[in-house]
Structure formats: C-alpha cells, structure tokens
Design a protein around this ligand. Structure first.
Ligand code: ATP
Length: 354
C-alpha cells in the first residue's frame, strides 16, 4: 500500500527532486491506521516544500485514501562523511576550494552560505584560508574578538545569521601566511575542533587555495560530506580545477560540482553581457570529468563592492539581481548533496521512564 502512495506522490516532479523521490527512505511516512501521509523533504528550499503541499492538496490520492491528513515539512538530514565525524553538532561539512588564488572562492563561499541560511538552515563558515583569511572582512567582523569559554572553546562570531570562525580572528594574515604545511594543517584542525559550534545543518569550509600537501591533508582529515570547486573560465584556471578534482578523488571525497565564477561580465552601467574570459570552458571540463557545473556566476561590480563592505550581495537588497545566482546555486548544492549522499543513521534519544 505504501507503494501506491509513493507512486502517486512521484507524479509530482521538480528539478530539485529525483524521479523516485517519494520512495526514498525517510522521506514519506504513511500511517495506515489514522490515514496520515507525512512528507519530510530532506533539505530546506521553501518554494519546493510549498509546491509539494500544494500538489497534494490539489490531487486525488489513490483509491482507499479519499479521507486522510497530510503533513509536509522539511529538515536537513545528516549525510555520511568519508571518515566518521566527532563533531556531533554539525550535520554536514562542505569544502569549497580552488586550485589557485583569486578566482573568487571566498566571495562565492560567503554568498553561498548566506543563501543557504536564507532558506532557514543553520549555517557556519570556517575560514581556513591561511594564505589570506578574508571572511572577517566579508562578514564585517574584522577586528572583533572571539569569546573563549572554559579557557578552551572559542565561540564563533555571528554575522548576518551565519556563524563564522576564521584563522584571521586569531592571528594577522602575515603570520598565517608563513606557516608551513604540517603546522598549518595542525592549527586548522585545532580551529575546527576547538570551536564551540552550535547545532549546524551545514558547515562550509573556505579552504586554502591550491592542491598541495596542506590541502590534501585537510581533505583527508576533515570529515567532509562533499566538496565544491570554484574556477573561472580561463584555460589556465580550468586546468588547475582538474587538479583540484583529482585531489579530492585522492582523499576519497566526492566533488558535488564546479562553480564557474566571473563567467561573464555584466556592465553595471548598461547591463550588457560580455564573455571576457571565453565561454563554455567549465561545461566542457565538467562533461569530460562527468561533473556538473552548478552555477555560472557573473563578474559584477556590485558583487565586489558588497563583499568589500561586509554586506555580501545576498544580504544587500540593492543587489537582488546579483543575489539570485547564489540562491539558485544554494538550491542546487543542498538538493544534490542529499541525493548524491548516503543518509547517516540518526541518533535516537531514549527518554527514561520512571
Ligand atoms: N563574481 C564576482 N564579481 C565581482 N567581483 C568578484 C567576483 N568574485 C570575486 N570578486 C572579487 O575578486 C577578488 C578576489 O575574490 P576572493 O577573495 O573571493 O578570491 P579567492 O579565490 O578567495 O582568493 P584567495 O584564495 O586568494 O583568498 C575580491 O576583490 C572579490 O570582491
């Protein structure tokens, strides 16, 4: 009988769902006795949750279900990472990398985190870019002091609703940049583990650019759910992105997709569209590697201005047009993360009855 309900619900198709979404374990719970259908979308995209509810209310359920109650909700599910995680308050950890500096990795990470949070998810950012920690500047938290609890735990700084931690809160960029591989990876692991993260649906890590020993060690030691590679359409950056993908393959971490930043230029005066770095490169690379291009984001003066002012475009109402690309990207990231991942067995808490 559950199959009938699943088949019926699967008639609702959406770009963020798979064709058999309703039959996925844990998504639909059918109560035969009380005649209830409980749909729990495993990631937060408000328009999708609403669309599912609307479809159910507009369509006739299978025979025998003329009268029933339905519930539609959404909750981020924790997915398995390649190594078991001791960070029990964090459901999913995503690394954002680029094989070379300056392609807009941090700008993309900041806006992506805010776009995911805008759907109601609890999001943290760990700025692990020892070569140029820029998250404090981008979130307007530069110069603020971290609170230390019990002489051990650092409390992340909250800005625009996202919890941020950065190597830049602790030492100057000049000091961080001279760290060598093993020292930097040890310090970054400590930063990750000694931060008092609240309950988070996603922790997004702004990784140090490059594909050297430091990056490989971090990819192997952090319990990552998945990774994203930011690149630009230039041939050189794309060739480097291949190295980035290969690094994660070595660390046994799945790459969710490529984000092509500065894909084209939008003139802030006339709005014209120009492919200044060439076009089609990321798509070609991704096709060759069997990886998806999750977004092609423009080079736009507002994106640079907003981030430099500590109010990324996603949270600046004046830049709604630029923000849209990040909202679309966020939907792709949270949905694909679930559909390509393996759900973790969730902790069950028992209540003692006396
Ligand atoms: N899509 C974009 N449109 C306009 N400016 C952008 C865009 N993406 C990034 N920038 C600007 O490019 C510069 C470099 O970006 P960012 O610091 O995010 O790069 P990065 O890859 O993180 O660099 P690094 O790894 O060296 O820290 C910044 O001034 C940023 O504002």
């Amino acid at each position: 009988m559950n199959n009938d309900i699943h088949t019926w619900l699967n008639q609702f198709q959406h770009p963020l769902l798979t064709s058999q979404w309703a039959a996925t374990q844990g998504v639909v719970t059918v109560g035969h006795k009380e005649k209830t259908i409980d749909v729990e979308i495993p990631f937060l995209v408000e328009s999708l949750t609403q669309a599912v509810g609307h479809w159910i209310s507009e369509n006739d359920a299978p025979q025998g279900w003329e009268e029933y109650t339905f519930y539609v909700s959404a909750r981020v599910r924790p997915l398995q990472s390649k190594i078991p995680s001791t960070l029990t308050s964090i459901k999913n950890i995503i690394a954002v990398t680029s094989a070379k500096g300056g392609v807009g990795k941090s700008t993309t990470t900041a806006n992506l985190a805010l776009a995911i949070a805008a759907q109601g998810a609890k999001v943290g950012i760990l700025d692990a870019d020892v070569y140029g920690p820029s998250i404090p500047l981008m979130f307007g938290t530069k110069g603020q002091a971290l609170e230390v609890v019990d002489n051990k735990w650092m409390k992340p700084l909250q800005a625009h609703g996202v919890f941020t931690q950065s190597i830049g809160y602790l030492i100057s960029s000049d000091d961080a940049a001279v760290w060598r591989g093993p020292m930097a990876s040890k310090a970054l692991m400590q930063l990750l583990k000694e931060t008092q993260w609240p309950e988070l649906d996603y922790l997004i890590i702004d990784m140090p650019p490059g594909t050297g020993d430091l990056q490989l060690t971090l990819s192997q030691d952090i319990p990552l759910t998945s990774a994203l590679v930011v690149t630009t359409p230039q041939d050189l950056a794309l060739a480097d992105a291949v190295k980035g993908i290969a690094m994660f393959e070595k660390a046994d971490v799945g790459v969710l997709g490529i984000i092509e930043n500065m894909s084209y230029h939008i003139c802030s005066h006339c709005g014209s569209h120009e492919d200044i770095f060439g076009s089609g490169g990321a798509v070609k690379l991704a096709t060759e590697k069997g990886i998806s291009v999750l977004a092609q984001l423009p080079l736009h003066a507002n994106i640079r201005r907003d981030i430099d002012l500590g109010t990324p475009s996603v949270v600046n109402p004046e830049s709604a047009a630029q923000a849209q690309g990040y909202f679309d990207l966020a939907e792709q990231v949270v949905s694909r993360l679930f559909w390509y991942g393996v759900p973790q067995a969730e902790r069950i808490s028992f209540v003692e009855v006396t």
